[in-house]
Ligand binder design. Structure first.
Ligand code: 5AD
Length: 346
C-alpha cells in the first residue's frame, strides 16, 4: 500500500499538503479504494443499507444558483404531497422492505412546524420499527427540537462547501455558511444522527476547498456523509458550468470512509446519474447506503435538482429486486434492518 494511503488508513487524517497531494493525483485511487474496503468491512461487513426517499415538495423559497428547484426557476412544475400521500409512500416502502424513510424537500413555507409534527407523529405511530430521516433545509432550533421530539431520528443537511468565499459564490446572500454550520451543530446537540456533505466540482471549487470540507467534517464527526458530483441544470444560473468529476467523487468516498470508518455513506443519485455504473462504483469505493426513490411515480420527474436526474430502473424503490441483484453482483448484500450508525463497534 502506498505510504500516504497507509498513513491515512492508520491515522484517519493527513496534513493539508498530504490531502492535496492525494486529491491531485489519481495514482492513489486504487490503494485508497482497497484501504476503504478493509475499513468498511471491519465496521459494516458487506451490508448495504436502503433508505426510501420521499421527495415531498419541490417548492423552495431559496435560490441556490446550482439547484433546479430554486425559487427563481419558473419552468419547474411544482408539487407538494399531502400527509396521506406521504403515509402511502411509507406503507408502500414498508411492504418493499424499507425501514428508513427519508423525507426530503425544498424549503417550502407551506409546511409549518405543526404540519410536519403531525406527519412525523403519524409515521412514528404507524411504523414504530422504522427510522425517520428529515432533509428539509435550515430551520430554527425550536423546530428542530419539535421534530426530534415528535419521533424523528436523523437529519440530513449538507454544508455544500466549507469555504466561506465559495459558499457565497454558489448561494444567494440570504444564506450563510455560518448559519448552515449553526443549524448542523444544533441538530447534533439535540440528539439527531446527523448527516452533512458537499458537492464535488461545483462552480469555483478548488482542491483546497475540498480539504476544508474534510476539516469541517472532522470537527463535526457526522453520522452520515452525502457527496455527489455537481451536475448542471439547464434552467439555473450555472447552466453553462461543467459537471463535477465522477473519479474525484469516488476518490473522496474512499477518503471519507478512511477518515470516518463508522459513517454511513450513500452512493448517491447524482453519482448514478453521471455514469450508468456510478452507484456500483461508489459502493465498491467505500459507500454503504443507497436511497431509492419512493415518491409517487407521477411526481418523480419533477424533483429535478439537475438535468437527467435518474428515477427509474434500480433507482425506483419498487424495483428493489433489480437493485438487490445489482448489489449482489457488486459483492454486497442489502440489509433490511434500520441501519443505524455504528459508532462504538470497534
Ligand atoms: N448538482 C448536484 N447536486 C445538487 N444538489 C442540488 N443541486 C445540485 C446539482 N445541480 C444537491 C445538494 C443538496 C442535495 C439535496 O442535492 O448538495 O444538498
Amino acid at each position: 500500500m502506498n505510504d500516504l494511503v497507509k498513513k491515512l488508513f492508520e491515522n484517519k487524517t493527513l496534513s493539508n499538503e498530504e490531502f492535496l497531494t492525494i486529491l491531485a493525483d489519481n495514482k492513489y485511487d486504487e490503494d485508497l479504494k482497497k484501504a476503504a474496503n478493509i475499513r468498511r468491512e471491519e465496521y459494516y461487513g458487506k451490508d448495504v443499507y436502503i433508505r426510501g426517499l420521499i421527495e415531498f415538495s419541490n417548492y423552495c423559497k431559496n435560490n441556490c444558483f446550482y439547484c433546479g428547484i430554486r425559487a427563481g426557476n419558473n419552468k419547474a412544475s411544482r408539487y407538494r404531497l399531502n400527509t396521506d400521500d406521504i403515509l402511502n409512500c411509507c406503507r408502500e416502502g414498508y411492504k418493499l422492505g424499507f425501514r428508513t424513510f427519508v423525507l426530503q424537500g425544498g424549503e417550502d413555507p407551506y409546511f409549518t412546524d405543526d404540519i410536519f409534527i403531525e406527519i412525523i407523529a403519524k409515521i412514528r405511530s404507524k411504523f414504530p420499527d422504522c427510522a425517520i430521516t428529515l432533509s428539509l433545509g435550515e430551520r430554527n432550533y425550536k423546530s428542530f427540537k419539535n421534530f426530534f421530539d415528535a419521533g424523528t431520528n436523523r437529519y440530513l443537511l449538507r454544508h455544500e462547501t466549507a469555504n466561506e468565499y465559495h459558499f457565497n459564490k454558489i448561494h444567494p446572500n440570504n444564506l450563510s455558511l455560518e448559519n448552515r454550520k449553526k443549524c448542523i451543530f444544533q441538530l447534533k446537540e439535540i440528539g439527531y444522527q446527523v448527516g452533512s456533505g458537499f458537492m464535488v466540482g461545483s462552480p469555483f471549487q478548488k482542491l483546497e476547498y475540498l480539504v476544508e470540507d474534510l476539516r469541517f467534517l472532522e470537527t463535526l464527526q457526522p453520522d452520515m456523509i452525502g457527496i455527489g458530483p455537481f451536475l448542471s441544470h439547464k434552467d439555473t444560473p450555472f447552466k453553462n458550468f461543467e459537471n463535477g468529476s465522477m473519479g474525484l467523487t469516488i476518490k473522496l468516498i474512499s477518503i471519507l470512509r478512511l477518515m470516518f470508518p463508522y459513517s454511513l455513506i450513500p452512493s448517491t443519485t447524482a453519482l448514478g446519474t453521471i455514469h450508468p455504473e456510478g452507484r456500483e462504483l461508489g459502493l465498491k469505493a467505500g459507500a454503504n447506503v443507497v436511497m431509492p426513490n419512493l415518491s409517487p411515480s407521477n411526481v418523480r420527474n419533477k424533483y429535478e435538482l439537475y438535468d437527467n436526474k435518474i428515477y427509474s430502473g434500480s433507482e425506483a424503490a419498487e424495483s428493489i429486486e433489480l437493485l438487490t441483484r445489482l448489489i449482489k453482483k457488486s459483492g454486497f448484500n442489502i440489509s433490511v434492518n434500520r441501519g443505524d450508525v455504528k459508532r462504538t463497534t470497534i
